[in-house]
Design a protein. Structure first.
Length: 271
């Protein structure tokens, strides 16, 4: 269980995490088996906001939840993954909880969290970045991985991606995810906000992927993505933290209520 004395506690409270989270989904989609498991098993097209909310909920709970809440959620996720199968591009059936796939999803996620917030101007030191990767090994154990098998520093993470790149590519499934993340098929009044979402969120999150990932996806990014990312972060930070913490899923707000105001995230409290 993580606490207020960790980099994760401070970093995950930043509003740019929403952009980083969406960027991680683009990155995850470049693994042919991982993305096949998503496309063949998820109802994200029918329930687009539900899929994104569940992902954010699990990530937030892993940092700000109680030990009991985390254990319950982790057991539920592992049980769901154990029951799922998919078919790869060679027609072979595989389990979606294969360690290789779980590790890819974890690494794509935390790598985007660290690098996107860094590009947005959050300002971690190299030591704090390494500490963040080490802390996030805990999150990997929640889905069934062993800490010693998970990159725990910037160097180890870079080595992991170097080793994985020959296995990654653009596929029909990755294109499905690309289109979905640019314009989730929402209904009702929310559909009127899709054009703005596509410009401010959907394509910006894509544009802040690593250069090699952009080359694999093959779509043109914004030329000035980092500048727009910093502007978006500064704008979001104008909203008082107490108001931001009211947004769902609300794990941070409950953690502050449970532990006291002294655990309220602040860059000045970074370890």
């Amino acid at each position: 269980m993580l606490d207020a004395n960790t980099v994760s506690w401070q970093l995950h409270a930043d509003p740019t995490m929403w952009i980083a989270g969406i960027a991680s989904l683009y990155l995850q989609a470049l693994h042919p088996k991982a993305v096949a498991g998503v496309v063949q098993n998820s109802n994200f097209q029918a329930d687009p906001l539900g899929r994104l909310k569940r992902t954010a909920d699990f990530v937030g709970l892993g940092v700000y939840g109680t030990s009991e809440e985390i254990a319950t959620a982790a057991a539920r996720v592992r049980a769901t993954h154990r029951s799922l199968r998919a078919i790869d591009q060679e027609g072979r059936t595989f389990r979606v909880d294969e360690p290789e796939l779980l590790l890819w999803v974890h690494c794509a996620e935390v790598h985007c969290f660290e690098t996107v917030l860094d590009r947005a101007g959050y300002g971690l030191t190299d030591r704090q970045k390494d500490r963040y990767y080490a802390e996030q090994r805990f999150a990997a154990t929640l889905v069934g991985l062993h800490e010693e098998d998970v990159p725990g520093s910037r160097r180890e993470m870079a080595e992991y991606f170097d080793a994985m790149r020959p296995s990654l590519r653009r596929t029909a499934d990755s294109e499905v995810i690309y289109e979905f993340l640019h314009g989730p098929p929402v209904k009702g009044w929310l559909r009127h906000g899709i054009p703005l979402y596509r410009v401010l969120i959907g394509h910006l999150a894509y544009s802040v992927l690593p250069e090699w990932a952009l080359e694999l996806h093959g779509h043109r990014p914004y030329a000035d993505a980092d500048r727009w990312l910093r502007i978006l972060r500064r704008t979001a930070l104008l909203v008082p933290g107490k108001v931001r913490r009211m947004a769902p899923p609300g794990h941070l707000r409950r953690a502050v209520e449970r532990e006291g105001r002294h655990v309220t995230p602040s860059r000045s409290r970074l370890p």
